[in-house]
Write a protein that binds this ligand. Structure first.
Ligand SMILES: *[C@@H]1O[C@H](CO)[C@@H](O)[C@H](O)[C@H]1NC(C)=O
Ligand SMILES: *[C@@H]1O[C@H](CO)[C@@H](O)[C@H](O)[C@H]1NC(C)=O
Ligand SMILES: *[C@@H]1O[C@H](CO)[C@@H](O)[C@H](O)[C@H]1NC(C)=O
Ligand SMILES: *[C@@H]1O[C@H](CO)[C@@H](O)[C@H](O)[C@H]1NC(C)=O
Ligand SMILES: *[C@@H]1O[C@H](CO)[C@@H](O)[C@H](O)[C@H]1NC(C)=O
Length: 436
């Protein structure tokens, strides 16, 4: 007995002693990043205005608490005497430390960006070979988060070990600062980061960059799967990233998440239903939820999508992992598909979703045998109360009860849309819901 106890304690210690076990991202990180809307057009004012808007709309109370400065904050060169990074003195006249102090004073956290290459993606100085001085300077500036890109990596990729060593170097450098800094790897899914990153990073990108489109195929995002992809590219539509995410959910968990890339909701390229599907799938796949729109100038529709507390609660459910895709069926050859997704939440609660990427509205039968495939016969047979997470209840909260479901149900999902429910087992048989 005593021996067994010691062994268990020892294994627990081994499991927790990772190179970067910084105690952060116990649930997927949430926040806002400059890139998707502003690109290189950023300044102290852009970032402070966004931080003010986050407070004004109380987005931080929902969990959106990281304010992230992406590429192009840099001066033309490092400090020539110390090699320390320097910020653009015109865009950031008061320096980065002052900016992070102001953001901290608002009760928010501050993040920065660099690339594990000689230059960043926009051609500013990168961190390859300068990991220690960069991590140290970020810590001095009060940085809480690093997004670490993959441009200009001088060919130092191609095997998991080569990529691991390049990204682990910064992981060690961040750790050595003594300041907990969330480490968000952005290596576009190259070399299978889900296999080597969980011990060194809090999240890793699984694909090339998102673009503000739901399902369009684009040759600049050429791979059909990320498992053996040789060119991650960019211009990856939301539905393609969801497809890439489906098999790698098994690798995510507390402190280490698959990053499906920053959100596009509010940037104008998708319809309402498409943005709803985008937000839903990012939430249930437990991706970081990093807003990428202009939060100082949001429509009510955008605001209502990004503040769906029922879906944020699924995304932030403690101790549980991403939803799994149970099946995917092509509906018109080459035209898209219908898919069924299910995930387990704490306290014997489940999330069930049906997504339609085809250009037509679709009505399908969902068998509880499929939806509760992993839970076994008793779970497949029992009744559930279903709560539609895109309808509000009588108190105005997202998640309206739509009745009891048992055996199977029929659902209509609009083109490029999604239906998502929280499913709670019911103790006794009661009426069956018809069409949801
Ligand atoms: C550094 O790593 C060790 C070992 O995983 C961990 O216990 C510690 O909390 C980390 N420190 C920081 C600041 O990330
Ligand atoms: C990280 O890279 C720097 C510079 O290339 C090197 O001096 C250092 O030894 C590396 N550290 C680790 C932990 O690999
Ligand atoms: C605010 O958003 C509207 C609608 O998208 C746009 O027309 C307007 O130019 C934006 N205003 C600013 C200041 O960005
Ligand atoms: C949002 O809705 C409120 C009323 O609920 C209205 O006062 C406001 O003008 C609307 N804002 C926009 C940007 O449409
Ligand atoms: C799909 O259904 C919606 C109503 O839910 C309707 O407004 C829309 O016209 C339908 N679209 C197509 C392509 O049939």
């Amino acid at each position: 007995m005593e021996f067994r106890t010691k062994l268990t304690l020892f294994s627990l210690l081994l499991l927790s002693a990772n190179a970067s076990d910084n105690g952060l991202a116990l649930t997927p990180q949430m926040g806002w990043n400059t890139w998707n809307h502003f690109g290189c057009g950023i300044s102290e004012d852009t970032i402070l205005s966004a931080a003010n808007a986050i407070k004004q709309h109380e987005l931080d109370k929902l969990g959106y608490n990281y304010v992230l400065m992406d590429d192009c904050w840099h001066a033309p060169a490092r400090d020539p005497s110390t090699n320390a990074p320097v910020a653009d003195p015109e865009k950031f006249p008061n320096g980065v430390k002052d900016l992070s102090d102001k953001i901290h004073a608002m009760g928010l956290k501050f993040g920065i960006y660099s690339s594990a290459g000689t230059k960043t993606c926009a051609g500013r100085f990168g961190s390859l070979g300068f990991e220690e001085i960069d991590a140290k300077t970020y810590a001095e500036w009060g940085v809480d988060y690093l997004k670490y890109d993959n441009c200009n990596n001088e060919g130092r990729a191609g095997t998991p070990l080569i990529s691991y060593e390049r990204y682990n170097n910064m992981s060690m450098a961040l750790n050595a600062t003594g300041r907990p800094i969330l480490y968000s790897m952005c290596n576009w899914g190259e070399d299978g980061p889900w296999n080597f990153a969980p011990n060194i990073a809090n999240s890793w990108r699984i694909s090339g960059d998102i673009y503000d489109n739901f399902a369009r195929y684009d040759d600049r995002c050429p791979c059909t799967s990320m498992l053996d992809c040789k060119l991650a590219g960019f211009h990856c539509a939301a539905a393609r990233i969801i497809d890439f995410a489906a098999p790698v959910g098994q690798k995510a968990g507390t402190g280490h998440w698959n990053d499906l890339d920053m959100l596009e909701i509010g940037n104008g390229g998708m319809t309402h239903d498409e943005y709803v599907a985008h937000f839903t799938m990012w939430a249930i796949l437990r991706s970081p939820l990093i807003l990428g729109n202009d939060v100082t100038n949001m429509s009510n529709d955008t605001l209502s999508i990004i503040t769906n507390q029922a879906l944020i609660a699924v995304n932030q459910d403690p101790g549980t992992g991403p939803a799994n895709r149970i099946w995917k069926k092509e509906v018109f050859t080459g035209d898209g598909d219908i898919s069924l997704w299910q995930g387990s939440l704490q306290n014997n609660v489940f999330v069930v979703a049906v997504m339609n990427t085809s250009p037509h509205n679709q009505t399908v039968d969902i068998l509880m045998e499929d939806a509760f495939l992993d839970q076994g016969a008793a779970y497949q047979a029992q009744p559930y109360e279903f709560f539609d997470l895109w309808q509000k209840d009588s108190n105005g909260n997202w998640g309206k009860s739509i009745g009891t479901v048992q055996g199977k149900f029929s659902v209509t999902v609009n083109t490029h849309g999604v239906k998502v429910w929280r499913a709670i087992p019911k103790p006794s048989n009661s009426r069956r819901a018809g069409e949801l």
